[in-house]
Design a protein around this ligand. Sequence first.
Ligand SMILES: [Zn+2]
Length: 167
Amino acid sequence: MPRPANPAPGEKRSAVQAKGACVCGAVSFEIDVPAVWAWHDHSQRSRRAHGAAYATYVGSWKSRFRMLDGEEHVTRYEDAEAGTVRSFCARCGTPLFYERARSPKIVNIPRANFATRTGREARYHMHLPELADWTWQGEKLVPLKGYPGVMWVPPGRRRKPPPEDVI
Ligand SMILES: [Zn+2]
């Protein structure tokens, strides 16, 4: 999947790029802006892969994606059962690229890997039936007495019912 930093002769290239990187900075890459779309992934696999309530991805055409540095640090995990490939930085563990067999021309990149705008807002939610019931869904927060900077949801506040899958 990784491509050379220089576009092939005649390849159309956007005038604007968004650069992304891992935590340690060994791996960097860019996509042409705007990206195809951006989405929140509530699947259990992505939750575990990111160690977070859910993952937010920016989807880019692979033809509009370029590795800039550190390709030798990128390690791939092929999940044959799910039909996906997840790549991460072998130095710092940052999730980098998420490829799905159902969308072979798209590479999904964690939105958090980009410091700049990608041209798409994350408006879409996928795999909502797998949403973790401990995910904060915008319930009203109040300050926790005696702990400056800590906000919490007091007991008894009703959670929203689990949403239906929309896509
Ligand atoms: Zn790294």
